[in-house]
Design a protein around this ligand. Sequence first.
Ligand code: SF4
Ligand code: SF4
Length: 444
Amino acid sequence: MQTRFTTSQLQDPDIATSEAILRKCVHCGFCTATCPTYDLLGDELDSPRGRIYQIQNMLEDGSAPTPETVKHVDRCLSCLSCVTTCPSGVDYMHLIDHARAHIEQTYERPWPDRILRDLLSFIMTRPKIFRVVSRAVTILSPLARFAPGRLKGMMGIVPRLTPVRQTDRPGVFPAQGPRRLRVAILAGCVQPAISPEINAAAIALLNRHGVEVVVAEGGGCCGALPHHLGKTARSHALAKAAITAWIREIDGAGLDAIVVTTSGCGTTLKDYGFIFRNDPEWADRAARVAALSRDITELIADVGLRPSGMSGSLAVTYHSACSLQHGQRIKSLPRALLEQAGFTVREPTNSHLCCGSAGTYNLLQPEIASQLGDRKVKTLEAIPSDVIAAGNLGCIRQIATRTRKPVVHTVELLNWATGGERPMSLGTPPVPLPGSPEFPGAVS
Ligand code: SF4
Ligand code: SF4
């Protein structure tokens, strides 16, 4: 693709990077076939190719974009399905990240949008405040039907709180038996408030496999949520706090990896080197952290899963989170681990398509997110299985609000299959009947 940036514009390293990305696009349109918003809305402007044109025009112009451009950029899920499909290797992720930051800096949104985005960035990245807000929403939930449109939808999405667990607090969780590795785990921001069982399962699983786990003081939110809202200052401040916490551990007792159980965050952590590439003070530290970042399934594969056969042979429908399959290119590994653990694993049709969660997307674009969520759940429910598993909290919430089937994190099943706690969402197992093979003391 030809570009028309001026020499002085190209002095800006962000513009220079985006220009190189734009030049790679040959307009072939292959990416449109796998884009969820194009699939749903059928508008070229809501396709990757259409967005690439609009972003090019916006960046070349350099000033505030039109409301029309903002609308189509905002509708992008950042699911990165187009990146997987593109035969020319167009780095759409960094292009859309740049576009969002440019919009945030130059465009004045209508005030309700501005307030909503500021509130999301403020509340969701502060676990204590998020807990207070979630508690208030829980108390007010009987009044949700009287709330105006968007607020009503949001009240339905905000999940109920669960008690704080020990594994949410900074500390060291020692390996069982001889220590093979020492890793840090990303504590996260929203996840410890609503699904602390996920990191608890990951830590128990790792400890059982000889891995010491540290929850580093100061390493809470990774900055992914404000990053995807284009709020660079807030996202960099959070990322720097996390980097500082982990570098202290790396240079202290040492770390073999930084483990992430929310694949949306994992994609951002692995990108820290790029995000801080032009910052001489942080580039080196950010690159060191990025190089150590691993999804939980990658680390478990490295240490070797040791199933105990305790979980029976449940059938699992595996939902592949976009941030895992497209963002981190981890597609078959979670499925292979679940099978190794003794589960029967099935995948739905169109498994490459996003469920519509996408960070704060389901709060900001509720109509599109809801349609994508309904479509996804239809394909997941079309498969006979006992449970749905995914490796990203956002997907788990988006799916769980639309199905009666239990939805769990992959790591909860792996933990259970190796002698850990049964996932809470599976409920209590049925009591075996006298005479059945499962009845204690039965002879098979
Ligand atoms: S598939 Fe790649 S090269 Fe083709 S239009 Fe899409 S982004 Fe451009
Ligand atoms: S990131 Fe997803 S929604 Fe956005 S253009 Fe690419 S495929 Fe479409």
